[in-house]
Design a protein around this ligand. Structure first.
Ligand code: ADP
Length: 508
């Protein structure tokens, strides 16, 4: 690992709770490695700081070793030691922080959902800044993500900047405003922040409960750059309906707030090199895609009698945001229309998981539908490759990666027009959109009728226009959803912010 910028590029540190493929729950994990790699490729020195979870995919980390440095960080009035590990993930240097705290914060067999998440991640945020201070790093940008590392912004300005870790601008990306990590204000004191100073309406106080603090709000207020993951979502969260209580804060900080569409990692998601597929294929060889369809139908015990029977895929966390009622409906409607359906998903919400287990059980003997209710990276690749269509009927969707991955694998997306879906999927039948952008089927109202109309149009195209469908599949496989454009936008934001800070320092 390097200790400072050697190239003319910027030194960027991402501090996050997830990173694909070692510690991934959803899109955040993909973004950390995808954006990190793209920035590295553009000549920047990118380093990542993660918690050292017990449940990580350790075989995806190379050169993992504990370094000869124990970082002591403050929490609840005491100093705790942290063991620091380094390793390389997807070519990116990563620091893993292992707190030697009796509560074993990251040794719980899961990433999120513990009763003391606020404590665990405020501890981690402080330890991450302590690591930077003690190793003498002078990053240009510290980029934190979501509420788990939102504490970085106030900690940096209130505590670490005065201690001498003062080279950086702070960038905060909110990947989903649904998760704000609010807690009773008094809990903020544990990581050394001043509750009295921060529990104010213009700082970290939650907009709807005056005795609670809101880490996401704190990061919006205290960061130099605030982003979210698509332009449409950036507009939606500025409204009372979409802002989950933070719209007024985002409106007042509008100048530094922007939506940048995520990309996908073209190395990790590439059907022509993907070793997890039965057969690799490209847009010139749709035969290979058909072979993947046959393979998965066999693997899951679905009928292979008719090749041209549309296979509809869905890969998702089963949470209300994703439109679970429409997903359930889609399974039955697909069967009525004569298609096949494969769902790969799991739910952190027990009643939703149970409901889908019930559906899976009812369809156990079906030759046309299979529900696999777990997280399975390898199977996800096979489903993207095998399916003809891919549904994402989200109620809201900050960016969404599955529509982009699906397209890369030639699976035509059927999506609700919201957030990042609205910025990446354009209806095949919409004459108002230039032909070259049209790549899927969209609907607006979050109800069964609207969804049916889109699904039925997709089926009609599939059945009635074989050549047109193949052209569409080839076209979406060739569309550019790489990180290139988005990474260039982040680079621009970083550089401008750094330049502004330098100009201000020079004039003082
Ligand atoms: P979110 O971050 O809200 O979960 P995104 O669309 O941004 O949604 O990212 C979802 C990512 O997680 C995709 O890479 C998708 O393939 C993956 N994923 C979701 N559910 C599963 C699952 N059950 N098994 C494997 N991968 C999954």
């Amino acid at each position: 690992l390097t200790s400072g910028p050697k190239s003319p590029g910027l030194h960027v540190i991402h501090i996050a709770a997830e990173m694909a493929p070692v510690a991934k729950v959803g899109g955040l994990g993909d973004v950390i490695s995808g954006l990190g790699k793209a920035l590295q490729k553009r000549g920047h020195l990118v380093e990542i700081i993660l918690p050292k979870y017990d449940c990580m995919e350790y075989d995806r980390i190379s050169d993992l070793k504990a370094i000869d440095l124990v970082v002591e960080s403050y929490f609840e009035g005491k100093l705790y030691k942290n063991k620091i590990w380094t390793g390389v993930v997807e070519g990116l240097p990563v620091y893993f922080i292992e707190p030697l705290h009796p509560a074993k914060f990251f040794w719980r067999g899961e990433y999120y959902g513990e009763h003391d998440d606020f404590k665990r991640f405020s501890f981690f945020s402080r330890a991450a800044l302590e690591l930077l201070l003690q190793t003498g790093k002078r990053p240009d940008i510290i980029h934190c993500h979501d509420w788990q590392t939102a504490f970085i912004a106030p900690l940096y300005w209130d505590i670490y900047n005065p201690k001498g870790l003062n080279s950086a601008r702070i960038c905060f990306t909110c990947h989903n405003f649904e998760y704000q990590g609010t807690a009773p204000a008094s809990e903020l004191a544990a990581c050394g922040l001043n509750v009295h100073q921060l529990n104010r309406p213009d700082r970290m106080q939650d907009n709807s409960a005056h005795d609670r603090v809101n880490p996401v709000k704190g990061a919006v207020v205290f960061s130099n750059i605030v982003t979210t993951v698509s332009p449409t979502y950036a507009g939606e969260v500025r409204t009372a309906e979409g802002g989950k209580g933070l719209h007024s804060t985002l409106v007042s900080h509008s100048k530094k707030f922007i939506g940048i569409l995520n990309g996908i990692d073209g190395g990790a998601w590439n059907p022509s090199t993907d070793s997890l597929l039965a057969v690799q294929y490209s847009s010139n060889d749709l035969q290979g895609k058909a072979q993947n369809k046959t393979a998965i139908r066999r693997q899951l015990g679905l009928s292979t009698a008719k090749l041209r029977q549309p296979l509809v895929g869905c890969i998702t966390r089963l949470v209300p945001q994703k439109g679970v009622h429409l997903i359930r409906h889609a399974i039955y409607r697909t069967l009525e229309l004569g298609g096949q359906f494969v769902l790969l998903g799991s739910s952190p919400v027990p009643h939703i998981q149970q409901e889908f287990e019930g559906i899976a059980n009812n369809l156990r003997d079906s030759e046309h539908a299979r529900l696999i209710l777990k997280y399975d990276e390898a199977l996800s690749h096979s489903i993207y490759a095998a399916s003809d269509m891919f549904i994402i009927p989200s109620i809201f969707e900050p960016c969404g990666l599955t529509q982009m991955i699906a397209m890369r694998y030639g699976s035509v997306p059927i999506v609700r027009k919201t957030g990042g879906l609205n910025d990446s999927v354009f209806d095949v039948d919409d004459d108002a959109i230039p032909l070259q952008y049209r790549n899927g089927f969209t609907f607006l109202d979050p109800n069964e009728q609207a969804f049916n109309a889109a699904l039925e149009r997709a089926f009609e195209h599939y059945w009635n226009d074989v050549k047109g469908w193949e052209d569409l599949v080839r076209k979406i496989m060739e569309m550019d959803f790489s990180w290139e454009t988005s990474a260039a936008q982040y680079e621009d934001l970083y550089s401008k912010s750094v330049a502004r800070a330098r100009a201000a320092a020079a004039s003082n």
